[in-house]
Every structure is written in C-alpha cells, then in structure tokens.
Design a protein around this ligand. Structure first.
Ligand SMILES: NC(=O)c1ccc[n+]([C@@H]2O[C@H](COP(=O)([O-])OP(=O)(O)OC[C@H]3O[C@@H](n4cnc5c(N)ncnc54)[C@H](OP(=O)(O)O)[C@@H]3O)[C@@H](O)[C@H]2O)c1
Length: 274
C-alpha cells in the first residue's frame, strides 16, 4: 500500500501531540499538514518539536486549506471545529476524515451524518481496541440478559476533560440499548454524584467522576435479580488512543463514502486489520 499522507486537526492538544509523535515514527504515514487553532502559541512551530522530538522541517498551520493535500485527516479538536471541518472536507471531496472528538450536540451529530453521505468518515468516542471489544461485549451481553437487568455505567477521567459523561460512556449506553433492541435514553447524573440506588430493570444510569490525571476508566455493571455482573476497562496511557487513531486512518484510506466506527476496524479475529 502507498504511504498515506496524514493530516492532524487539533495537533497541539494532549491527544493530537501523541498522534503526531507516533505518526512521525510510523512508516505507513507521511505528514501532510498539522493544523492548530488560529492564534495558538503552537502556530508556525516545527511539528517535530511540537511532538517533543527534533525538527522535521514541517510547520504547523492554521489554514484548513492545507489539509486538502492529505489522504486522511485525524480530528481531535472540539465539536464545533470538528463539525466545520467535516462539512469542509465533504464539500471538497479530497481527504477522508477520522474524528475522535467527543461532546457533540445533536445538531453537530447531524452535520457529521450529512457529511458522511459524501465523505468516508469514521467517528468514535474511543480509539482503544480494548474499548472497541468492550462495546461489542456489552451489546451482546445486554441482548443475552435482556431488560430484566438494569445497567450502571461509571466513567472516571482527568480533571481537565471538558465533556461529561464521556463519549465512551455514551457509546456503552448505546450498545446496551442496541442489545435490548429498544431506544433507551440513559439517565446522566451530574459529575461527582453517587448512584443513589442500583438501576431498575430497563434503566441505564451513567455517573461520572473527574479527578487528577486519570487517562480513562469505564465500568459497566449489569444488576439482575440477586446478582451483579461487571465489565471494566482501564486506559493506562494516552498512546492507546493515538495508536488506535492511526489504525483507523490506515483502515479508512481506501474506503468509500459512509459512516464508520472502530468496530469496523476490528477484524473478525479480533485483531486490528491493516
Ligand atoms: N476518541 C478517543 O479515543 C479520545 C481519547 C481522548 C480524548 N478524546 C477527545 O478528543 C478531543 C481532544 O482531546 P484532548 O485531550 O487532546 O483535548 P485538548 O488538549 O483540549 O486538545 C484539543 C486541541 O484542539 C485545538 N483546537 C480547538 N479548535 C481548533 C481549530 N479550529 N483548529 C485546530 N485546532 C483546534 C485546541 O487548541 P486550543 O487549546 O488553542 O484551543 C487544542 O490544542 C476531546 O474531544 C476529547 O474528549 C478522544
């Protein structure tokens, strides 16, 4: 396969810098453009230096047009900036888009779905292969146990995280609802609120905690009559997301327009394809 020209949108952020650092060492990719917010302190900086390595001769840009030279763009910025980018790429018909941004509102969700009719677009609240497997497991388990079991999802993240509940907690709630084959909106308690009583049958409750520098912990409890089942995932390093984002970009490179998720990236054997 040819070397993929990669763009990164949100390249100066916590996750963007790790994607950048790993992409610089990954022979599958060459960097086309790394975009930062207009006026950012990182604007015009050498991308190698931004990644914590030596200079590589490519400077960050604040011009969206510079992303048009790329085969695939990875977006890890904000929902407002990500939605604008999706519309821009869909109308240009050039680069494909992987977005890991979270916290989308319903109108931004609509923008992404509309863009995916013209653009190969992969979106996920979690790039980790472990969480991707967990989502599948939770969906299958909900289908097997049925709605007699109530579900509690607990998300713990670092205190700088802007959205709550996490995109992953919402993905897990959607997986339960898909397993039940019934649209069920989760009850999202405010950050720091404890679960007052175990959820009843047919209920999905999400609690969220923000503290320290925790990369990400998700626990999913199924409460049945007289028994509890728990699935858990802990991210120890932000690099699992960065590595997953690169797997996703590599996978999406030759795909036609459409909306994809990380589940599509996992091969039937459970290993990341590509
Ligand atoms: N899917 C996953 O696996 C996963 C994992 C971790 C995080 N996330 C999500 O990914 C997103 C980024 O996370 P993070 O921790 O890296 O946050 P972050 O450190 O706040 O990074 C976001 C970056 O995007 C930049 N940005 C904002 N508007 C922009 C624009 N118009 N053009 C270019 N860059 C722009 C910000 O610049 P300024 O700071 O200058 O505004 C910042 O550098 C969040 O939504 C987070 O929840 C997803």
């Amino acid at each position: 396969m040819k070397t993929i020209t990669l763009g990164i949108h949100g390249g100066a952020g916590r996750l963007g810098r790790r994607i950048l650092a790993l992409a610089l060492e990954d022979a599958r990719f060459s960097l086309g453009a790394v975009m930062v917010r207009e006026g950012s302190a990182a604007q015009g900086q050498d991308v190698g230096v931004l990644a914590g390595a030596g200079p590589v001769g490519l400077l960050t840009t604040a011009k969206t047009d510079d992303l048009l030279s790329c085969d695939v763009v990875i977006d890890v910025s904000s929902p407002a900036a990500g939605a604008k980018l999706a519309t821009f790429l869909a109308s240009s018909g050039q680069a494909k888009l992987v977005t890991g941004t979270t916290g989308w509102n319903p109108s931004e969700d609509k923008v992404l779905s509309e863009a995916a009719t013209r653009l190969a677009l992969l979106r996920t609240g979690n790039f980790s292969l472990g969480v991707t497997a967990l989502v599948r497991q939770v969906r299958e388990n909900a289908a097997r146990l049925g709605q007699a079991w109530g579900v509690h999802i607990h998300d713990i993240h670092h205190s700088a995280k802007k959205d709550a509940p996490s995109g992953t907690a919402l993905m897990l709630a959607r997986a339960v609802s898909q397993g039940w084959a019934e649209d069920t909106d989760p009850l999202c308690l405010p950050v720091g609120a404890a679960l007052p009583v175990p959820p009843k049958a047919c209920e999905i409750v999400i609690t969220a905690q923000r503290q320290g520098d925790i990369v990400g912990i998700h626990d999913v409890y199924f409460y049945g009559p007289g028994e509890t089942l728990c699935f858990s995932h802990q991210a120890q390093s932000r690099d699992i997301f960065a590595q997953g984002a690169l797997h996703a970009a590599h996978w999406l490179f030759d795909k036609p327009a459409g909306l994809y998720g990380m589940d599509d990236v996992l091969s039937p054997t459970g290993a990341a394809s590509g």
